[in-house]
Design a protein around this ligand. Structure first.
Ligand code: FAD
Length: 154
């Protein structure tokens, strides 16, 4: 099986889009990610998966905190900025939740402390213990088959 077939198969799983953010020495670093899921209700745990080449990896390892920001339908540009799909630098204003940087206008902001990390192949899974949540009532951004989409009613 080649890499393209594996990527194509995984891309058939429609997801929301998140931006993971962390702060070190006063600098915020953020990255677009869709490898995110809820793990446990008691205690409240989530998991994210970060590639070994991502610059944010060592920052989360050192800082031990991160936020998951689930993007709204009107935040495709945020996703593109933090996936490196827009090359020129854009100034992004972050807000704060539980002392951690968050994306204003995200439909969910989830603040986490790293509870565990597991290296699996070329990615590191971070289990996050949820310390605070902020929600907004808007439609989500959707990612499917390598393209941004919007939800439609059945
Ligand atoms: P960098 O290259 O360091 O940063 C990415 C971009 O964000 C750069 O352009 C940088 O300038 C900008 N940036 C960072 N912080 C700031 C700031 N404070 N202000 C302004 N700009 C800033 N990769 C994974 O590992 N796991 C996933 O689950 C995952 N899911 C993805 C889902 C989607 C829909 C997409 C499009 C990509 C996904 N990726 C995922 C790939 C990942 O987003 C990119 O590979 C990313 O560029 C690598 O992160 P980095 O920390 O090395 O990025």
């Amino acid at each position: 099986m080649d890499d393209r077939q594996f990527r194509n198969a995984m891309g058939r799983f429609a997801t929301g889009v998140t931006v993971i953010a962390t702060e070190m020495d006063g600098d915020t670093h953020a990255m677009t990610a869709n490898a995110f899921m809820s793990v446990s209700l008691d205690p409240k745990l989530v998991v994210i998966s970060i590639g070994e080449k991502a610059r944010i990896l060592n920052k989360i390892k050192e800082n031990r905190t991160f936020t998951v920001n689930i993007l709204s339908a009107d935040q495709q540009e945020m996703s593109m900025i933090f996936a490196g799909q827009i090359k020129e630098h854009r100034e992004v204003e972050f807000g704060y939740l539980d002392g951690k940087p968050v994306i204003p206008g995200a439909i969910a902001q989830v603040a986490c402390e790293v509870a565990a990390e597991h290296v699996e192949g070329d990615h590191t899974l971070f289990i996050g213990k949820v310390t605070d949540i902020h929600l907004e009532e808007k439609e989500p951004l959707v990612f499917f088959n390598g393209r941004y989409r919007a939800l439609s009613e059945q």
